[in-house]
Design a protein. Structure first.
Length: 217
């Protein structure tokens, strides 16, 4: 079954524990935690102290999406702060350093992922696929919630689906950006397993209904 990962970027941070309890009750599978450094992307969000607090507040799977420059520097710190999965952009450093970041996360007993920005081709993920637990295809330019879904990324999702299946890898395929009850169906048709949704969950009064609508779309 498709997994839904609400992005807390669109949550009310003053009541984050309650927000996460609501999506847990509403059947969400992962909590998507967006970290931005103002360098890799033109915005700043949340980081290690908030992750530590959230780890104490919930038993949910914490899917940490690092939109930061040279993420190897912080790979272990995010594991120790309570991430279940730490995800690195392939554009954020050399292939060697991204590999080292993945290894650091695995050495800590956590899951590792890689992310591709919209202009990055599927091939950029190929060398990493046997090493990671999840690959994320961005369907907006990273940096902000509430942007319009880029349907032109679906061939990339489909290509990665084929590659993962051909190699019989256990890696999950996640899509992030502009996913809602209208755009979810096309991501599923392309082969996505995990759908991130920020504004389409936390921007709605009834989070359980919003999650259900995306799952059943
Ligand atoms: C964007 C973030 C996304 C964002 C998604 O840079 O990585 O996770 O929160 O928000 P929506 O679902 O509103 O596009
Ligand atoms: Zn994200």
């Amino acid at each position: 079954m498709i997994k839904i990962a609400p992005s807390i970027l669109s949550a009310d941070f003053a009541r984050l524990g309650d927000e996460v309890a609501e999506i847990r009750a509403g059947g969400a599978d992962y909590v998507h935690f967006d970290v931005m450094d103002g360098l890799f992307v033109p915005n700043i969000s949340i980081g290690i102290p908030v992750l530590k607090s959230l780890r104490r507040a919930t038993d949910m799977f914490l899917d940490v999406h690092l939109m930061i420059d040279r993420p190897l520097r912080y790979a272990e710190a995010f594991c120790d702060a309570g991430a279940d999965l730490v995800n690195f952009h392939v554009e954020a450093d050399s292939e060697e350093n991204i590999r080292a970041a993945i290894e650091a996360v695995k050495a800590r007993g956590k899951k590792a992922g890689i992310t591709l920005k919209p202009k990055t081709p599927a091939e950029a993920a190929f060398a990493f696929l046997p090493l990671v637990d999840l690959v994320l295809v961005m369907t907006v330019e990273p940096g902000f919630g509430g942007q319009r879904f880029m349907a032109d990324q679906m061939p990339k999702v489909a290509e990665l689906r084929r590659r993962i299946d051909e190699l019989a890898l256990s890696c999950e395929l996640e899509v992030d950006g502009g996913v809602d009850e209208h755009t979810a169906a096309t991501t599923k048709a392309a082969g996505a397993d995990v759908l991130v949704a920020g504004s389409a969950v936390f921007g709605r009064p009834d989070r359980a209904a919003a999650i259900r609508a995306i799952r059943e779309a």
